[in-house]
Design a binder for this molecule. Structure first.
Ligand code: SF4
Length: 253
């Protein structure tokens, strides 16, 4: 397979649950690298803790830094400042990037630091047991909100837009062509780029919320087609929560 040259064969199969969106995201990142003919030896992938952190580490045959919970953007900042010629990419989960590491996210966006942050957003803390997170939709059931989440969720694209990010997009693992296109744009952007990737977790989110997600992992991914609305202008970002739809597209370019 064309992407095998970017992978460490000894670590397969992946630890992801059957139907997890992270395997699709893994492939989309590598496809973007291949289509741009980037030299993976001049890239560094940084992740924190959680299922999404396993996407680059240990799977990519590249320099990877698997850091502490919530801190990948802080480590990425250090790498970029030490050697600006490297392409530095953070791939981690929504709990890692927007909750524990939320402060690093807003300040990297404010500084317009030239790194790419790819947030694998599964709306929950997956690896640690399915606890509610800042990206969990209101009313969704989790291990710690069995009666439903009483709080509104965070719109990560709106957050980084407010902080000053200069390249922002949202895609899902169902919309793979667009996902690869946005990753390619992020990799060639001179400034801070952020992609919110909706990547379903049936194990921790879907099985507790079958009325939203569907009865199986496959249905959960297929349902993304019905739940998503393509953006027509960046101002629509702030209507994201309306009618429980997910707004996807490029918000700032
Ligand atoms: S717990 Fe969820 S996010 Fe983690 S590997 Fe399983 S399906 Fe994927």
């Amino acid at each position: 397979m064309i992407l095998n040259k970017y992978l460490r064969p000894e670590v397969f199969p992946t630890p992801f649950c059957p139907g997890c969106g992270h395997g699709i995201l893994l492939q989309a990142v590598l496809r973007a690298i291949d289509e741009l003919s980037l030299d993976i030896n001049k890239m560094v992938f940084v992740s924190g803790i959680g299922c999404a952190a396993w996407i680059p580490s240990p799977h990519f045959a590249a320099d990877t830094l698997h850091t502490t919970h919530g801190r990948p953007i802080a480590f990425a900042t250090g790498i970029k400042l030490f050697n600006p010629s490297l392409k530095v990419v953070v791939i981690s989960g929504d709990g890692d990037i927007s909750a524990i590491g939320g402060n690093h996210l807003i300040h990297a966006a404010r500084r317009n630091l030239e790194i790419t942050v790819i947030c694998a957003n599964n709306s929950i803390y997956g690896m640690t047991g399915g606890q509610v997170g800042p990206t969990t939709p209101m009313r969704a059931k989790t291990a710690t909100t069995p009666q439903g989440n009483p709080e509104p969720s965070f719109d990560l694209c709106g957050l980084v837009r407010g902080a000053g990010a200069s390249c922002i997009a949202r895609a899902t693992v169902h919309h793979t062509r667009e996902l690869i296109k946005y990753i390619k744009k992020a990799f060639t952007h001179q400034g801070f780029s952020f992609i919110d990737v909706i990547s379903p977790c049936f194990t921790q989110f879907g099985r507790r919320n079958k009325e939203i997600s569907g009865a199986s992992p496959a249905e959960m991914i297929l349902n993304l087609k019905k739940l998503c609305v393509h953006v027509k202008s960046s101002d629509e970002l702030f209507t994201f929560k309306q009618n429980d739809k997910i707004l996807i597209g490029e918000f700032v370019k």
